[in-house]
Write a protein that binds this ligand. Structure first.
Ligand SMILES: *[C@@H]1O[C@H](CO)[C@@H](O)[C@H](O)[C@H]1NC(C)=O
Ligand SMILES: *[C@@H]1O[C@H](CO)[C@@H](O)[C@H](O)[C@H]1NC(C)=O
Ligand SMILES: *[C@@H]1O[C@H](CO)[C@@H](O)[C@H](O)[C@H]1NC(C)=O
Ligand SMILES: *[C@@H]1O[C@H](CO)[C@@H](O)[C@H](O)[C@H]1NC(C)=O
Ligand SMILES: *[C@@H]1O[C@H](CO)[C@@H](O)[C@H](O)[C@H]1NC(C)=O
Ligand SMILES: *[C@@H]1O[C@H](CO)[C@@H](O)[C@H](O)[C@H]1NC(C)=O
Ligand SMILES: *[C@@H]1O[C@H](CO)[C@@H](O)[C@H](O)[C@H]1NC(C)=O
Length: 230
């Protein structure tokens, strides 16, 4: 649970709990992710280069070699896999690099990459935009028919560009490209913590694509109800 920060002092009141539990539920099917496409990580591909110095390859995945990440996916190469639809990427949220280029994908929800805090390089078919928009990345370029999104920006301290704040008694932490979460400080709890300030949902959506607006509002309301009940 990457972004759930020091649990002992912090009571997390993630706005995205609903989606997160969906993600947890789907972990069983993860085994198929690395076998989703024939073969192994393509030789001399970006993920291959990354994995050479950082881990070992199994199927289309690169797994970490460090004791801290020996069984986590740190890279994923699903390029040239004839994938037309991506709904989620299971538990590859620990990835540093993901390659989805050279696939007939026509649209991709920003929510797929929610919680992908480590992601520093993402390769997409060139006609797709980087999740969270250009503003969520240090560098965006198109090369060899792929859009390369590099260096995830920390949305929480871009105050000059986007002057939003978490509600009083909470703090902001990044939660994947274009996403952040507000966690309550110690002694402050769920709904009350959120209620103390006006959560800037409109500003979050400001940098997301229009298609996500409906989903977010829906989540916002379900989450509010959930928080009220606890
Ligand atoms: C990672 O470990 C595997 C064996 O578990 C080894 O073959 C590989 O060379 C290691 N990679 C690095 C970068 O140390
Ligand atoms: C593995 O550990 C080394 C140092 O111990 C660190 O430099 C490297 O970034 C780690 N790799 C990953 C993928 O976390
Ligand atoms: C993904 O989650 C499943 C179920 O929790 C687990 O068995 C599997 O080892 C995980 N895979 C990775 C790469 O973390
Ligand atoms: C994509 O994969 C096919 C085989 O599945 C291969 O013939 C083709 O050369 C690959 N294209 C690229 C750009 O790697
Ligand atoms: C992608 O587009 C198809 C039709 O064009 C639509 O059915 C699907 O829901 C879209 N998916 C996402 C994630 O927006
Ligand atoms: C993002 O940056 C790329 C490359 O600089 C550019 O082609 C694209 O139009 C930009 N997208 C938006 C929505 O500004
Ligand atoms: C944003 O915060 C991170 C750590 O929280 C820091 O490393 C980085 O330098 C900050 N960026 C700016 C522009 O202040």
């Amino acid at each position: 649970m990457t972004a759930s920060v020091t649990a002992s002092t912090v009571c997390s009141c993630s706005v995205f709990i609903v989606l997160f539990s969906v993600y947890v539920d789907s972990q069983d099917t993860d085994a198929q992710l690395c076998q989703m496409c024939q073969g192994t990580v393509r030789q001399d591909s970006p993920v291959w280069d990354f994995c050479l110095t950082k881990g070992h390859i199994r199927g289309r995945c690169c797994f970490g070699n460090n004791t801290s990440n020996v069984d986590t996916i740190i890279g994923l190469d699903l390029a040239n896999c004839s994938i037309s639809h991506v709904e989620h990427l299971y538990n590859s949220s620990t990835s540093f690099i993901i390659d989805l280029s050279n696939n007939p994908i026509s649209n991709l929800s920003d929510f797929i990459f929610q919680g992908f805090n480590h992601l520093t390089q993402l390769l997409l078919p060139s006609k797709l935009e980087c999740p969270g928009g250009n503003a969520s990345w240090e560098k965006v370029e198109v090369k060899n028919n792929a859009r390369i999104c590099e260096g995830q920006k920390n949305i929480c301290n871009q105050t000059a560009q986007m002057p939003w704040d978490c509600p009083e008694n909470s703090f902001c932490s990044p939660y994947g490209p274009g996403f952040f979460e507000c966690s309550c400080l110690h002694n402050f709890h769920g709904y009350k913590c959120m209620r103390q300030g006006e959560f800037p949902i409109a500003k979050v959506l400001g940098i997301l694509t229009g298609s996500t607006v409906v989903v977010s509002s829906l989540l916002w309301f379900t989450q509010r109800r959930k928080a009220k009940n606890t």
